[in-house]
Design a protein around this ligand. Structure first.
Ligand code: PLP
Length: 346
């Protein structure tokens, strides 16, 4: 029996073709700017995103941290959603390492942060009691709002809001390409108003390691120094960049299939007794669901029984669960998952 791991799209392993590209990568010392493969990935990313420059970083967390550190000083404040990854799951790095406070505003179910909420979050920088608001972070897709895709008109409104108040706009696009394919828009359009953007190569795109940070040349120059300070200056890292290039060349369009499979899964499990789809999912490749009181099984037994049938999923609350489709979830995986759910809950 095969095992299908639905816990996250971070679990994918490099394919043989990707490993071959990695093995053949021409490398150099990237701290000296001499790794041709990293340079190619950075140039390719800048072009794709319509930004002046890009930087290869070890993770989405590092990309977001560097983006904040490059745009804020100690005593500054960043506005983000209560469901934002930077607030929830990055160990408070912007505060721990940057002395930057986080002002959180509840996200709406569609992943947006309401403009009225943003308005009340902006501080009065003439008042010495208050921190200085510098940056707004949007997340696209919004993971904990169920992989929701931000409405492009909404993003434009936020960009205008930031511009009028002298604030920067950062987009945490860990799953930016999922948003772009779902919107049928070039990725450069999706992020055209952002001052800085991160996306992950190591999620749905299927690379083993790495994220990209993009913005103006001056911003990336600053970011490069900050990455060095954080210990993220790596040497012959073209081996990893080659996987990123392969992912961008081969794994973007196929994200649509992940979205279709997520819909098939959600529709299948929603028919089972006790299952309630939550967070309006799937918007893209993420499904959240809950077990209601009619499902008598407890959470550890549910997870264990599914695992015995080769299906791994993640619990995110006492009775709520997350499943993510990705490169290694085939039609066979969808079928095996639906059968396992029927066997365990039916
Ligand atoms: C929306 C979002 N941003 C940032 C990250 C951080 O990425 P990494 O795990 O590469 O640090 C994640 C990871 O799941 C994420 O979902």
């Amino acid at each position: 029996m095969k095992t299908f791991d639905f816990r996250s799209d971070t679990v994918t392993k490099p394919s043989d073709a990707m490993r071959e590209a990695m093995a053949k990568a021409v490398v150099g010392d990237d701290v000296y700017h001499e790794d041709p493969t990293v340079n190619r990935l950075e140039a390719m990313t800048a072009e794709l995103l319509g930004k002046e420059a890009s930087l290869f970083v070890s993770s989405g967390t590092m990309g977001n941290l560097v983006a904040v550190l490059a745009q804020c000083q100690r005593g500054d404040e960043v506005i983000m959603g209560t469901q934002g990854h930077t607030f929830l799951h990055e160990a408070g790095g912007v505060s721990v390492l940057g002395g930057v406070s986080m002002f959180t505003v509840p996200n709406d179910a569609d992943g947006s942060i309401p403009l009225a909420g943003l308005e009340t979050a902006v501080r009065n920088h003439f008042d010495v009691h208050e921190p200085i608001t510098k940056l707004v972070i949007l997340e696209n897709t919004q993971n904990f709002c169920g992989g929701a895709v931000l409405n492009p008109f909404y993003v434009s409104e936020v960009a205008e809001f930031c511009k009028c108040r002298g604030l920067g706009l950062h987009i945490d696009g860990a799953r930016l390409f999922n948003a772009a394919v779902e919107l049928n828009m070039p990725v450069s359009e999706v992020v055209k108003e952002a001052d800085s953007v991160t996306f992950c190569l190591s999620k749905g795109l299927g690379a083993p390691v790495g994220s990209m940070l993009s913005g103006t040349k001056a911003f990336i120059q600053k970011a490069r120094r900050l990455r060095k300070i954080l210990g993220g200056g790596m040497r012959q890292v073209g081996i990893l960049a080659a996987a990123g290039i392969y992912a961008l060349e081969h794994h973007v369009e196929r994200l649509r299939i992940d979205h279709v499979r997520a819909k098939q899964l959600a529709s299948g499990i929603s028919e089972l007794p006790g299952v309630q789809i939550t967070r309006d999912t799937p918007h893209t490749n993420i499904i959240f669901f809950a077990l209601d009181d009619t499902a008598e099984i407890d959470t550890p037994t549910f997870l264990k029984k599914l695992a015995e049938k080769g299906i791994l999923i993640m619990d995110v609350g006492p009775r709520e669960f997350r499943m993510v489709t990705h490169l290694e979830i085939s039609d066979e995986g969808v079928e095996q998952c639906l059968q396992a759910f029927k066997d365990v809950l039916g």
